[in-house]
Design a protein around this ligand. Structure first.
Ligand code: URP
Ligand code: ZN
Ligand code: ZN
Length: 461
């Protein structure tokens, strides 16, 4: 029952130190040197970092989108997450107009039941804010453990909500202690630009990016922040891609508004030129918001380093190139938006961030795990290495190297947007609540062992 992780370097958001970690069952029971782990199984961690497991605040598993369904379900997606060093995810539960929130939540529990290899929580999409929805939210937040609500400001005629809905959601979230998340792009303007492009015969993947300009993201981000201040509420902007949006978040925070932001590896590493790849390959790089001009990357790294942005999510929403991305040949609006990142979020951020000297080791832990746990009501059970915390632990070899490839990844998708990239640092083993999910790079996880995370209400981190 006991495990004794010996000889490693424990890294948290605030400290880096040599210590052993003793686990009893699912929990960390001691940290230090000279521990008495006599009856414990010894796990040699010499030369390795002992990180808290990554927490991915932004995934879309088994999710209907753009006339198809994301290709990873809760089993394949969470296995891939674990291989990459992630031990908890928070997935987006979509709602449908005319149906109750409870029905949507039940559907999402059904998707995950018996499948997840690591722990998981849900955010809940709010598409309409009528009296019934606003009433039902009380039970969602207080009883269901779902304490973050997502409003889409884009995807007109499908997921998009209007400003009244956003404002009512913010107001109710303030009363209930929920955190409101926004996909911040001006959906009305994008819809017009998109129709205009198609009418001009502009159908290639690059027009996905050109019809979703950074100004449309900046404007929506600023609007959401202003409505948050008006409601006296709290806001988390997902997948921030560009300087325009970073500036709006920085301005809001300078004013003392409770506004937080997340970026994603794709915006830190890739740029708009990927959408111009020939033979429709550009479709592999269709995200919303789109990839931006490369100079935005420095702004995003700086925002992470300086705390303007607090987290890095994957926005994992995978679609196969064959049969799914291909739906958009001849019409970029039919390309399902999203890509496979759940497995590489942690490794990309370490390699591009820590190894390249853009962020510190402790900042890495903060944005990949600790701050996520704090913002989403999971800390200190998750997000750190501490006595009493869940034993969600990643043993990581900073000297290791691996090359990203669809041929070796565990995500159920036929390409990898980072194909061929060499990463410094490698996940060796992963424990979820004290049990190995990955051991010496081998799959030892059990589908169904992941538990639903009943999260606390929002508290300022
Ligand atoms: O392109 C993206 N981001 N797809 C997933 C859905 C969303 O907007 O987060
Ligand atoms: Zn989005
Ligand atoms: Zn998303």
């Amino acid at each position: 029952m006991k495990k004794w992780i010996r000889g490693g370097t424990v890294v948290t958001a605030s400290d880096t130190y040599q210590a052993d970690v003793l686990i009893d069952g699912e929990t960390i029971v001691a940290i230090g040197q000279g521990l008495d782990g006599q009856d414990a199984e010894v796990i040699d961690a010499s030369g390795l970092y002992v990180f808290p497991g990554g927490i991915d605040p932004h995934t879309h598993l088994d999710m209907p989108f753009g006339g198809t369904v994301s290709s990873d379900d809760f089993e394949t997606g969470t296995r891939a997450a674990a291989f990459g060093g992630t031990t908890s995810i928070i997935d987006f539960c979509l709602t449908q107009k005319g149906k109750t929130l409870q029905e949507a939540i039940a559907t999402w529990h059904e998707k995950a039941r018996g499948k997840a290899l690591i722990d998981y929580g849900f955010h809940l999409m709010i598409g309409e804010a009528n009296d019934q929805v606003l009433e039902e939210l009380e039970s969602v937040v207080k009883n269901e453990g779902i304490t973050s609500l997502k409003v889409f400001m884009a995807y007109k005629n499908t997921l998009q909500a209007d400003d009244e809905t956003l404002f009512k959601t913010l107001t109710r979230a303030k009363e209930l202690g929920a955190l409101v998340q926004v996909h911040a792009e001006n959906g009305d303007v994008i819809d017009y630009l998109t129709r205009r492009a198609l009418a001009n015969g502009q159908t290639e993947p690059i027009y996905h990016a050109l019809t979703r300009p950074p100004e449309a993201e900046g404007e929506a981000t600023g609007r959401a922040a202003a409505l948050t201040a008006l409601a006296g509420s709290q806001l988390y902007v997902v997948h921030v891609s560009c300087a325009d949006a970073v500036r709006r978040i920085a301005e809001a925070r300078e004013k003392g508004w409770d506004v937080y932001g997340e970026t994603c590896p794709q915006y830190l590493v890739l740029d708009i030129t990927a959408l111009e790849k020939p033979d429709f390959e550009g479709a592999k790089y269709v995200w919303s918001p789109p990839l931006r001009e490369a100079w935005n990357q420095d702004v995003l790294w700086h925002a992470l380093k300086s705390g303007i942005l607090q987290t890095v999510g994957s926005d994992h929403c995978p679609f196969n190139f064959a049969g799914q991305k291909e739906l958009g040949r001849g019409n970029f609006t039919k390309i399902p938006n999203g890509g496979p990142i759940i497995e590489d979020r942690f490794g990309l951020l370490y390699s591009e961030g820590v190894h390249k000297g853009r962020i510190s080791l402790n900042q890495f832990v903060d944005v990949i795990s600790t701050k996520v746990a704090k913002l989403f009501g999971l800390y200190p059970r998750k997000g750190t290495i501490a006595v009493g915390a869940d034993a969600d632990i990643v043993l990581f070899d900073p000297q290791g190297k691996r090359t990203i490839s669809a041929a070796t990844h565990h995500m159920k998708v036929d390409y990898n947007p980072f194909e061929g990239m060499e990463l410094h640092g490698e996940v060796v083993s992963v424990l979820s609540r004290g049990a190995f999910v990955v051991r010496d790079k081998q799959d030892v996880g059990q589908p169904g062992s992941g538990q639903f995370l009943h999260r606390r209400t929002f508290a300022r981190p």
